[in-house]
Design a protein around this ligand. Structure first.
Ligand SMILES: [Zn+2]
Length: 327
């Protein structure tokens, strides 16, 4: 599964480990499918060892790098605040609790991903019949089996068919995660680790900005102005300013935009920085306030679906304007 470029060598290191582990694990899983049950244990142990090493590397990587991501954004926030009269309220040191919270946003999902792989390896290790262990695959596989076989031949053909689907799944999308929509989603280990790490880096940046703003009693933050890679709905908020408390007479409350600000969605490249009005012209200050109300969620509205729908409609209209009617 291809994914956007990572633009940070630190992310590439982590994703490289996961990509390498994915290759080794796909090979082990494939060999488990060919190996009689009594001889499977060494293979299963090998899979467990790879996953354990991956966990240790992930833990070390996270302890070191999430702190760096946070620190970089923190320095940026401090620099901006020093240019205002709020610099006097700055304190030394980083908020360890905030860093820990962001770190667990990386460790939790990656642990789930590794557990899902281990769970599938366990199933292969113990299984005497793939058809009973992987019932939904068996259902699909049955359709590909020719009619007129004896029941013994049919069982063998079915096992072979399921094994071939599993080989494909393990080589491409070995991770199986239950989504918030209640459905299972499959990813490659490299894709999933890249998505999570990229998101956590963005999360570290946004958190550092918010914590510094709160510490100095500053209320305004600005979403980075660049266009998203794919013209996503988060472009509705790019370059706009929001109020953390919701008490600003000019700028909308940040709680009214999806996810409470960036990262808005997986792979979102938007960030958030401290906004000091006096550093901008009055025209800019006004322009930054102009988030259209149809792109703001209502207080207590849980899902961002309505505002995303509004954005998609607006984009459609723009690229496909209604034809001029003849007079
Ligand atoms: Zn974005």
């Amino acid at each position: 599964m291809a994914f956007p470029p990572l633009d940070d060598p630190r992310l590439e290191v982590l994703v490289g480990w996961y990509a390498h582990a994915a290759d080794l694990l796909a090979d082990i899983m494939s060999r488990l499918l060919d190996t009689p049950i009594a001889a499977r244990f060494p293979l299963f142990q090998r899979a467990q060892l790879i996953l354990r090493q991956l966990q240790e590397r992930t833990d070390r990587w996270a302890t070191f790098n999430v702190r760096r991501f946070y620190e970089e954004a923190d320095q940026e926030a401090v620099k901006i605040l020093r240019r205002s009269n709020l610099g006097q309220f700055l304190t030394e040191g980083l908020d360890q609790e905030a860093i820990d919270a962001v770190t667990s946003g990386l460790l939790g999902p990656l642990e789930k991903a590794r557990q899902s792989v281990e769970f599938q390896a366990t199933k292969l290790f113990r299984s005497t019949s793939l058809a009973s262990e992987f019932q939904s695959l068996a259902l699909k596989a049955r359709r590909n089996i020719p009619t007129g076989l004896t029941s013994g031949e049919e069982a063998i053909a079915l096992e072979r068919e399921i094994a071939s689907s599993l080989r494909q799944i393990f080589s491409q999308n070995i991770v199986s995660i239950l989504g918030s929509d209640g459905r299972r989603h499959r990813f490659g280990l490299d894709f999933y680790s890249a998505m999570v790490a990229q998101n956590v880096r963005a999360q570290a940046g946004a958190t550092a900005a918010i914590i510094r703003a709160r510490q100095t009693g500053h209320d305004l933050v600005r979403i980075s102005p660049q266009k998203s890679l794919t013209g996503d709905w988060c472009d509705a908020y790019r370059g706009r300013v929001f109020s953390l408390s919701g008490t600003s007479p000019t700028y909308p409350w940040i709680g009214l935009i999806p996810n409470g600000g960036p990262p808005f969605h997986p792979w979102c490249r938007h960030s958030m920085s401290i906004f000091i009005p006096s550093l901008y012209s009055e025209a800019q200050q006004r322009a930054f306030a102009e988030t259209q109300s149809r792109f703001l969620m209502r207080p207590n509205e849980k899902s961002p679906n309505r505002v995303i729908h509004n954005w998609n409609e607006a984009v459609k209209l723009e690229s496909n304007p209604a034809p001029l009617r003849a007079l």
